[in-house]
Design a protein around this ligand. Sequence first.
Ligand code: ADP
Length: 277
Amino acid sequence: MSEECTHDCSSCTANCSSRQQGIPKEQLNELSSVKRVIGVVSGKGGVGKSIVTSMLSVLMQRKGYKTAILDADITGPSIPRAFGLKDRALSNGQYLLPVTTKTGIDVMSVNLLLEDETRPVVWRGPVIAGTVKQFWTDVVWDEVDYMFVDMPPGTGDVPLTVFQSLPIDGIIIVTTPQDLVSMIVEKAAKMAQMMNVPVIGIVQNMSYVICPDCGKEMHIFGEGKISEVAKKYNYEILGELPIDAKLAKLCDKGIIELMENNYLDNASDAIEQRFPN
Ligand code: ADP
């Protein structure tokens, strides 16, 4: 523990004895090592949490780090689709093996295990939370530098268990402008605070649209709300994404690894700086 320790782990990234107290975390198996775990959270579903998780993983992999995605959004898994993953995950007899994307990102998601990916997962909370824990303990995560966890949305039982059982180094909060108005994001922020998890920063998705005729940015949901929330909680704004038809198409076609935008460059730099590998 440093001499300046304020015992407020939510604003500090040091891995000291103060942070390590509390509920014991789940352990990785003997074939796995993961240096950094970054959670991507949102107050509710459909705000772009999975797209942001995918884009951040692509950027960190491009920087030369071995990157992985644990898709903990069990009832709304969209990571395999964004990467065009069709193969089922296999087992080595003892543990599950992740499916690897074209550029080398290791992925585990419930959709890689289901016979039919259109079948809904109709499971109760404890089963869902148990599955996420098993994705951490029973998958071979081979020498991963940065793992991104696409967290279950909201502030209910499942995200709570995931926060408590995985050793998350820091989180990125994804919001939309409407989300900010309804204060859903503040609930997610407060949950992170209660869990003593540092917030790396906030990403605003669907912030604006670019007029296809004149190129003007149109903030149809209003401007400035993100700055207010960022100021209130002392969060860094890591990026703002427009509603981008090209991006949606890359996701739908399963070729997110070909993205060329720079919307999240600051976010990936912030992760690298705050959590050096
Ligand atoms: P969540 O993980 O929060 O449920 P997703 O990342 O799956 O949300 O996004 C929901 C849908 O919206 C997806 O089809 C995705 O491709 C689309 N989408 C998300 N963000 C954008 C954006 N900035 N521009 C265009 N489409 C987007």
